[in-house]
Design a protein around this ligand. Structure first.
Ligand code: ZN
Length: 320
């Protein structure tokens, strides 16, 4: 019954879009979950505009690197939605270059941040291998309050970052998973399908529906991913299936760097090294890679960092 209701909702949206514009009327910076009433398969769609522009406006990336970073950002949102945790998920790509480091973080508070470091020139239409050479992608899930984060690592093999992630799911989970990602200078978007552990006794039927749904999804183009809203896109792909929209989540860019955190890092340098740096440069300047915020510490600030460290140490002594 519910499936049919959604079907008519899709139909309604489709008719509306046919008479107006097909591309503008949808909410971006949003993640939409969906399921199928006639198959044990779950799905997610994500589309980022403002949060993505927040990343690209902070640094001028070469086109191919920007595209890869956008795809990673969409992927991080999709993966975070699949793990029901309080904490954060980090995708970290390390490679021989030109991209040397790429990091994307998505938190359970629905915030995203991302950056890439690179060295040298990259052609606009460079492939994944041309952008990264050899390397690996680490997926870290950091649950609040737990001491040891979970980390999975997969080598950068395949034509795209979605190939890499599908390989990761193949090695880490038994669940069949497909991911489609696309990004340009304006938007980053993704689609995720995963076969759920079937409760039905008919494995053959489950396999058949998985293969049918993933084939339907495979017809999606990058242009459609970037330009269409969830309703229109899912209708286009699955109009003959009983696809049901579940909850949706708003996402935004946010960086939690702070002067206090930078002070902690300077503290780790050690008093002598920090003093040398101030003497050489007049101050210590630290820039946050994610948001490009610059923090400056002059002689007095640095002295304060170590003064507060000493007082903590003295406190420690009194306690013990
Ligand atoms: Zn920051």
């Amino acid at each position: 019954m519910l499936g049919r209701e959604i079907y008519s909702a899709f139909f309604l949206e489709k008719t509306m879009n046919d008479t107006t514009s097909d591309t503008t009327e949808f909410q971006s910076d949003n993640l939409q979950r969906f399921i199928f009433d006639n198959a044990p398969v779950r799905g997610e769609w994500v589309h980022l505009t403002e949060s993505w522009k927040n990343v690209t406006s902070r640094r001028e990336y070469p086109v191919a690197i920007e595209r890869l970073l956008g795809e990673m950002m969409a992927a991080a949102a999709l993966l975070t939605a699949t793990v029901k945790i309080k904490g954060r998920l980090v995708l970290q790509l390390k490679s021989t270059g030109p991209v040397t480091l790429m990091m994307v973080e998505c938190t359970s508070k629905n915030t995203l941040r991302a950056f890439a470091q690179w060295d040298g020139d990259v052609e606009d239409n460079a492939t994944l291998t041309q952008v990264t050479g050899e390397g690996a992608l680490a997926i870290t899930i950091d649950v609040e309050g737990s001491k040891q984060p979970y980390q999975g690592v997969v080598s950068l093999q395949g034509k795209s970052i979605s190939d890499v992630l599908e390989a990761y799911f193949k090695q880490s989970e038994q669940l069949e998973t497909r991911i489609w990602l696309a990004a340009d200078s304006q938007s980053a978007a993704g689609l995720f399908l995963q076969q759920l552990p079937g409760e039905s006794n008919n494995k053959e039927v489950d396999e058949e529906s998985w293969s049918r749904l993933s084939q339907l999804a495979s017809t999606i183009s990058n242009k459609e991913l970037i330009e269409l809203g969830a309703g229109t896109l899912l209708h286009r792909l699955f109009h003959e299936e009983e696809c049901r929209l579940l909850s949706s989540t708003e996402l935004s860019f946010s960086c939690n760097c702070s002067r206090e955190r930078v002070a902690d890092t300077i503290g780790l340098l050690g008093k002598d090294d920090a003093k040398d740096l101030v003497e050489e440069q007049g101050h210590i300047e630290v820039a946050c890679e994610f948001c490009n915020e610059h923090y400056q510490f002059d002689e007095v600030d640095v002295a304060q960092v170590f003064a507060s460290q000493i007082s903590t140490k003295t406190d420690d002594k009194t306690v013990h």
